[in-house]
Write a protein that binds this ligand. Structure first.
Ligand SMILES: [Zn+2]
Ligand SMILES: [Zn+2]
Length: 291
């Protein structure tokens, strides 16, 4: 076993908000001598097949992956899913339902704003988002640009916040929903960058991890570009306490975040390839359970 073998289990392609195609990411992984790679685009697995094919060709082990946005304690939390090959179609369907829910809400908000006499178009809002997932922040920016509001806060208070004039609910997933979804697809559910997990008042990271483990969580992203060595150690400790897989990734996005490099983050990141081994091993256990 090569002690220095490394991997990167968290990156984004042009299928979400990255600037490299899935194939280009695998090529870069090969050039950097990464043993394994997982493409974890936001709310889509559309690039996974291309990445896997490139991996077979180029000698990089590619694990299927996804990063799902969910809501917890009023904030966005990210959940990672890995090695879900067999159930990928159902997973993709559910993710599309999630994205569709968001898009349908944007249409409703813009319609209501028009009814209120504010000349805003969906095209403008989409242009503001620049190819990323379109949401209320982009609508707020368009309202600001038109001078319909003086501040960002005013845009939310008057029109976009819950209970305001142009607010609409949308389909939301909880972290527990995401865990269930990933597990149903035969995958391994992992809590992404715990440093950024939102908590309810008085709640600790340990509390939420415990509750997610009961729902089927099997891993924690311990190695991460923005984690300090102390935080990494703390998360590894937490993962061990619950017998969870330790994973890691750079969250590489290409040119939109040029300070982050694939495999090494801002320089100090090192993710042992055992992380990828452990994910594959967990996924295998699911299969044997299913007979
Ligand atoms: Zn994330
Ligand atoms: Zn990410």
């Amino acid at each position: 076993m090569n002690q220095l073998a490394r991997c990167d289990l968290h990156c984004h392609s042009t299928e979400s908000d990255g600037t490299l195609t899935p194939r280009q990411l695998v090529e870069l992984a090969r050039d950097l001598n990464l043993r394994s790679l997982s493409l974890t685009d936001h709310d889509t697995i559309a690039g996974v097949e291309e990445a896997k094919k490139a991996g077979e060709e180029l000698g990089v082990r590619v694990l299927s992956g996804v990063e799902i946005s969910v809501e917890y304690a009023g904030k966005t939390v990210h959940m990672l899913g890995y090695c879900f090959d067999a159930g990928a179609a159902k997973l993709q369907e559910e993710l599309e339902r999630l994205v569709r829910g968001r898009n349908e809400r944007n249409v409703k908000i813009v319609q209501r704003l028009n009814e209120l006499g504010l000349a805003v178009t969906l095209e403008e809002v989409e242009a503001e988002a620049g190819g990323k997932v379109v949401g209320r922040p982009h609508i707020a920016r368009v309202l600001l640009r038109h001078g319909y509001v003086q501040t960002w806060e005013e845009a939310f208070d008057k029109y976009l916040a819950r209970g305001a004039a142009a607010y609409f609910e949308r389909l939301r997933f909880t972290p527990h929903d995401a865990v269930a979804l990933i597990r149903e697809a035969g995958g391994v559910a992992v809590l992404a960058h715990p440093k950024y997990v939102a908590l309810h008042e008085g709640e600790t990271l340990d509390d939420i991890v415990q509750s997610l483990v009961q729902a089927g969580l099997e891993g924690i992203e311990c190695y991460y570009t923005e984690h300090t060595p102390e935080e990494t150690a703390q998360y590894i400790e937490l993962a061990k306490r619950y017998n969870l897989v330790i994973t890691g990734g750079s969250d590489f996005h290409g040119d939109v975040k040029p300070e982050i490099s694939l495999g090494s983050g801002t320089g100090a990141l090192f993710i042992p390839d055992e992380c990828a081994d452990a994910l594959v091993e967990r996924a295998r256990r699911h299969e044997s359970k299913c007979g």
